[in-house]
Ligand binder design. Sequence first.
Ligand code: IMP
Length: 496
Amino acid sequence: MIMERYPNARTIAIVCTQWGDTGKGKFVDYFAEWADIIARGTGGANAGHTIVINGTQYIFHLIPSGILYDKQGKMNVIGNGTVVYPYVITHELTILQKANMTHNNLRISHRAKLVLPQHIVLDRLRECGADGKIGTTGRGIGPAYEDHYARIGLTMNDILNPDSFVTKLRRNLKDKVQFLRTVDPEVLREIMQHEYLQFGAYFNPNTIFDEDAIVANYLSYAEVLRDMICDTDEMVRCMWGRHNILLEGAQGHLLSVDFGTYQFVTSSDCSIQGLAKGVGLSEKQVDIVFGIANAFFMKRVGEGPFPTELGGAHSATWCGTKGVTRTTELEQFGNVSVNDPDPFRQGIGIRMAAREYGSTTGRPRRIGWLDLPLLRYAVQTGIQKLILTKLDCLDSCETIHICNAYVYEGPDHWLGNCLLQKGDHIAIAVPDAEVLQYCKPLYQTFPGWNEPTGNVRTYDDLPDALKKLVAYVSHEVHREVAILSVGPEREQTIVR
Ligand code: IMP
């Protein structure tokens, strides 16, 4: 266990340096053994991680993975910076109960922001139009954070106080109902029928939302969650310095609303700064920040520029097509290889080999080569050590390409007082969709290692060709690669 090397570290964080889905779940589990408290600080049910209980796999969205350490007294926290849809959390608690597991070790911040049915409706409605589509998870994340900043949001604490819940709910609904009256009622009805909105339970054809149904359901959630809701900021601060704290990032740096590839981002700040704040700490109180990166391919879900995407626009369109799943891809592309000469098909080959399908939405994840300009950009904000994951997925890949810089190919574009012009080279990415869409990657090409790595347990035993790639990445981004992952199991972890 790597933490033996850092006996003085008491608070650590794991964040993703890319667009999410880099294998944080495995490392939260790995570090949870060391931690006394595991805290989430951003995002909501847009995240997803797989938990295996008594041999059955479940995908959880809100409850942190550390819940499985119940018997060992480890505490799990859903912090103030998160957005919580109580429907999801109560559903996840029911799964735990059915599996005879307790959840005495879960605490939810009383200041966590509440996701309400209207947030989900607005999120889904925006995604219906072609204009401004982000490819969201449809979980109401954006509208819930918007309400927080517009100072009309509700918090978990409000469900404990029925009178103020009703007053605040009415105020919150007012403008939204006015706007929704301008929308095609059939479109609205269809959105409201979704399982996630309890099959129309909140719909009223006259008033749009059935306020009584919202109140009744949310107050019933309060009965289930009451004992878990508390001032978690205070709790984390009291434990800081005395107990081992693990901060669990959600999504990824490039999806941060403040630092990511705007506007194709989520609505929380998933950088280390946002994560620390979201649990009531400052990032200066974090001793070690581990940044996870998939190597030597990367991926994203949803819309937005992705300079190294294999198959470019063709792949983006295909992955955004409704109904495309692992099953459809298997039917259509069967035995496509990770070495296919056609980049679009090679991307599919890597996706299938690495099983890259969204755990929240089931969407195929777009696949591309590792992008060092984006990684150099991401590590600048406080990431000290790198964890490279999914190395085994490219075991049979004959040639690896790593993007080391971009050539800008777009029209003149002002970046503050700098003018970006066609032909300019960029070594550290500009996280702006308007610029990234015109960035053509320049690649370094390396021979693959062409041997299985899943059973390798020490760095020295890794193939030389792979070690050369690791050294190259570390040198290029000026960060130590502390851990490598060669498979989903905990023991498939190599500490350098
Ligand atoms: P939202 O967070 O649902 O609003 O979605 C905004 C963007 O973030 C979309 O492109 C999503 O696909 C992406 N996103 C949100 N959560 C995750 C995640 O956990 N992994 C990867 N992408 C995510």
